[in-house]
Design a protein around this ligand. Sequence first.
Ligand SMILES: [Zn+2]
Length: 620
Amino acid sequence: MSALTPPPEMTVSEHADAYGHLITGTGRSRRWKTREPQRAILDAFDQPEIHEINVIKSSRFGWSSILMQAMDYFISHDPSKILMVQPRGKDAEEWSKEQVQPTIDASKILSSLVPKQRQGGSGNTIDNKEYPGGPLRLRASNSPDGFRRYDARVAMNDEVDAYPMSAGKEGDVISLIYSRVQDSWNYIVANGSTPTEEDISLIARLVADSSTGYPFLRCPHCGDPHIRTFEIPGEENQPIIIRGEEQPVSPLIWDDGAPETACYVCPSCGGQITQKHHAKMMDSCFWVGEHWEYIDRKFKFLPGFRARMGFAGIWAGYVVSPNTTPANIADRWERDAKSPESKKAAVNTMLGRVWREPGEEIRSDALYRRREPFAADVPIGAVYLSMGIDVQGNRWEFEVVGWGSGEESWSVDYQIVAGDPSQEDDWWEILRPYLLDTYRHESGIDIPISVVGIDHGFLGKRVDAFVKRMATTSVMAFKGVGSEGVPFVESAEARLRRLRRQKASRSRPEILGDHEAKLTVLKRLAVKEPGPGYCHIPDDRDRSWFEQLTAEKLVTKYRHMRPYREWVMLQPRNEALDCRKMAYAAMLLASPDLNASLGESISMGSQSKQNRRVRNRGLR
Ligand SMILES: [Zn+2]
């Protein structure tokens, strides 16, 4: 094609059907054929009116292949600089090797434009593909430095719900990516992701801020169009509202325990829709959105559509997938809905919906309302005091926790102590008196803090020095280990083995399984009735403490449909949670008899075998 001839008018889906290839799961390629429901999303890439495409993807949607067709178009038909972002470096590398390069290799045109991949050769590396009008850069969302100096016209952001919540000083990663493309008058940003949970899902937020549309299918019996849905059994189902009107839906229904009876029901004529109608129905697909529609393979925009607002597609997941029969879906739902974890995964990946945490979620305001007056510093049920200390740059924060039978707990004290933790003398002069303090118990006697846990993660050497000087008391330093499967505190045997192994080293902090620790604290906070596990909170505690205590949340995220769990910070400060973890871990390691009477427990505090063991080994 001569450089002077403009490229023939072709939509992205027409281009894909003419030249595109699909890379299968086994790495083979075959000719691409656009399925009707995918067409609107592909064609959205070359609409001058659309600058933003947001898609909630379920499995079996083919989002990866859609991105590859768009890439093909923006390399060979309408050459543009492309930025592709994956959650992590490893994902970007996999994506490059398993999708991008095979797509280039499969196409004669693409492989004539992008240099051959050679060892050490420039022009085609894992993260950089050059072509006239290019290049294409592949980047990881967790190293935002990588795309800071690269401007592009097209950005393709995959699995955005797995991106870090913040890119430090730069704000969030998506905003940073937008700043890289918005200098182009005809920029396109495509964001796709498997959704996660309601309060943290970035893709759900992007879609909510867009002009959202749904695919409609025509009934094979009466011809009326409707949206296919899946109504989650036992939950109130939200109506689908477009342009102020509730839209007709055909839900999947089946008899309990008999998934083979599953079918869709037309809301107009009541006719049953089964697998044999599927192909014809998919061909009838068109989209209707809030301010746009895509009918007969053409977009139409209504007044009120603003490009910046973007276009969003809600894909109903398995229920519009050609490869899944109604019986398959019903069967999988019946299996997955049995456990909360797999039910959550099914809602995210199979239905492409955000997960709404059922009622028991721990919210800081609910905890705040639970504050109660304490009759004394230490209420009657508590028989043992532990302290947890978090070290910050200009202060210490600590909590004193009273423990009773069944690990019922009372937050006895919380203080922020100003000082300079980098100065050894400050630890001794400022902090030591708090450790040696006593608290008035409801029975009238003053009781000491039996055991203290300090975070070793920051200024570890200072912590070691302080623990050594406090040697006659039970002060333990804890080093957090992040991975799942590490117990909250070590068993006596594991601890002994580790200490033997570390005999020669000067610093031997205790191991705290951070994942288990957070999980345990949150589970305890979720206990609603006073008794075993319940956390009592005094009525003078201020609101920020509650926010810090519930600052982190365990969320299931996905990378290419593979689920993994990650702790997400809902707000920037979490010192109160860290203090509680330390106080809890110190108590667990000391393992006092919480069923003992107060007098026994206090005398045990200095005499118990557990305490001698701890003092004699690690901390001298
Ligand atoms: Zn009908």
